[in-house]
Write a protein that binds this ligand. Structure first.
Ligand SMILES: NC(=O)c1ccc[n+]([C@@H]2O[C@H](COP(=O)([O-])OP(=O)(O)OC[C@H]3O[C@@H](n4cnc5c(N)ncnc54)[C@H](O)[C@@H]3O)[C@@H](O)[C@H]2O)c1
Length: 257
């Protein structure tokens, strides 16, 4: 308890899934959490549920693809708490189509959320975090950012991009004397709504059976939970990882091993 007392954390895409679990884990260690999401109603409910547990939690609606909204969210956090220590760039989508089936609109939408959103989070978030005594940015990549993912090629491209963006910005911060660490997290197959939202183009079946997928793809067949990722994010957010920078934390039960 108390590993993040007095810290302020912004978690994007935190109305549900991995982002929600990360926000709850950080709050449970004393962080004041600001959760943002494009989904207003669910985001408000999530923040209210956290407050009912005694946590300090606010929700701000945010589309991570909007530059103006990044600036206004950070200004709101400054007004609310006067500081930012931790940023979890979590918001993301996965469009399950091969390169031959994906339209350019789908490709650009996925890039704008998964890549542009993270880029702007780093660009605008780090200068605010740098005003504190030092902080941590954690970017959600994927096992798909480490190895080929046929059927998810454009998604894999975004997640590979997040991995190298994280490492490069970590070194840019060091070069500029900015005391902000930047790391990426690489989940394997985690049970969240992302699997229900994936469109399958040709066979008419929209559902991905995530339990079956885990049985087939994960050594031992073990399906991950959002809290498995949240525990790793907590480590990277806390001072226990002070020497972990420009690194990648793989939480995939040996998929990529
Ligand atoms: N679930 C997995 O198996 C898995 C594996 C590897 C990586 N990831 C990554 O983890 C992150 C979280 O995924 P999840 O599984 O919790 O998905 P999820 O669909 O459950 O949650 C994603 C959240 O992002 C929000 N969001 C979508 N577009 C947004 C936008 N433009 N602006 C702001 N918020 C937006 C959604 O409303 C949702 O609340 C993603 O970056 C995903 O790529 C997930």
């Amino acid at each position: 308890m108390g590993r993040l007392d007095d810290r302020v954390a912004l978690i994007t895409g935190a109305a549900m899934g991995i982002g929600r679990a990360c926000a709850e884990r950080l709050a449970s260690e004393g962080a004041k959490v600001v959760i943002t999401d494009i989904e207003d109603h669910t985001g408000q409910e999530t923040a209210a549920a956290f407050r009912a547990k005694g946590y300090t939690a606010n929700f701000i609606q945010q589309d991570v693809t909007s530059e103006g909204q990044w600036q206004s969210v950070l200004a709101d956090i400054d007004r609310l708490h006067g500081r930012l220590d931790i940023l979890v760039n979590n918001a993301g989508i996965a469009i399950r189509k091969s390169i031959f089936e994906m339209t350019m609109d789908e490709y650009q939408l996925q890039n704008s959320i998964n890549l542009d959103g993270v880029f702007m989070g780093l660009k605008y978030g780090i200068p605010m975090i740098a005003k504190t005594e030092g902080g941590s940015v954690i970017n959600l990549s994927s096992v798909a950012g480490l190895k080929a993912s046929p059927g998810l090629s454009a998604y894999a491209m975004t997640k590979g991009g997040v991995r190298l963006l994280s490492k490069s910005v970590a070194k840019e911060c060091i070069a500029e004397g900015i005391k902000v660490r930047v790391n990426s997290v690489h989940p394997g197959i985690i049970q969240t709504a992302i699997w229900d939202k994936m469109g399958v183009p040709t066979d008419g079946e929209n559902q991905v059976d995530v339990e079956q997928l885990a049985t087939n793809a994960v050594p031992g067949g073990l399906l991950g939970k959002p809290t498995d990722i949240a525990d790793g994010v907590l480590f990277l957010a806390s001072d226990e990882s002070r020497y972990v920078n420009g690194s990648e934390l793989v939480i995939d039960h040996a998929i990529s091993a």
